[in-house]
Design a protein around this ligand. Sequence first.
Ligand code: ATP
Ligand code: MG
Length: 327
Amino acid sequence: MAIETSCDDTSIAVLKEDKILANVTANQEIHAKYGGVVPELASRNHEKNIVRVFNEAINQSGIDQSELDAIAFTQGPGLLGSLMVGVSFAKSLALGLNIPLIAVNHLQAHIAALYIENPNPTFPFICLLVSGGHTQIIWVKDFFSYEILGSTLDDAGGEAFDKIGKMLDLPYPAGPAIDRLAQKGDPERFKFTYSKVPDFNYSFSGFKTQVLYFLRDQEKLDANFKASNINDLCASIQHHICTYLLKPVAKLMKEREVLGLAVVGGVSANAELRIEMQKLALKNQIPFMVPDFQYCTDNAGMIAEVAKYKFEKEDFVTLDVVAKARF
Ligand SMILES: Nc1ncnc2c1ncn2[C@@H]1O[C@H](COP(=O)(O)OP(=O)(O)OP(=O)(O)O)[C@@H](O)[C@H]1O
Ligand SMILES: [Mg+2]
């Protein structure tokens, strides 16, 4: 069994050999009205949801809890209070059932989401990880052997979607809404300049400010500007973010002998990003990998996938293990 509580989704999965029998997630609606995750509310809601999610996962899996062989949990990175709920619940289960405990790094799990449907990827591959809290370009040498080649200097890609979505009066998290509205809009209508950062890194804060000032100026001329241009705004903003995300990846492809290309994390659910990454892989004649939609945003299935490898190696932790907000 795997437990994920690093942010605002309470998720529990049951894995038997190579098959995920259940992957149950309770999303917390409460944060929408604040325009972002409120840490204290997130941890309280994990406490409220976790037993229900556990029972549902056990029911769906069709197994009895006495059949569980090990309990895995997200150790970090994430919100400390949220992580602590999952860690405590995992420890209690492991102690009560007298079975081993497995600690999982949440970002490793986002990458491992690829292996759920693609157990034999070609290494080395480049993996673009874009989520609500991270944006990294990772050189994946083997299943769990990596080198981080670039990362964001400020906001994450998902955070840029969410914060700009808030400026557009879209509910949190705005990424999925922007994706949906963009499909009806013109991606070339509004242009923004790309932030220049050295090497293979990113910066989103300048772009965010550009959009803020642009909207403010347009609203002086037309108070209804946002609402009447929402589709084109979403399409242009999404196009800017996706084009920007691809730039250093494309540059890297020319410098290295790459045997695969992948995109993971919540933003990998984005239609334009998936299509553009796939095109880049096709152009370079290498395989393209992306997790199934249910394994893009936070879920315990991907935690179980890492745990499977750790279980085989008997890489267990003791009951004095603690959550790590930064990992
Ligand atoms: N279709 C989509 N298009 C764009 N962004 C999306 C889409 N679906 C989800 N997102 C974004 O993905 C993010 C959530 O991803 P995820 O759950 O992996 O992040 P997190 O767990 O909060 O952060 P981290 O994994 O870095 O700790 C949000 O910012 C959300 O807006
Ligand atoms: Mg995540």
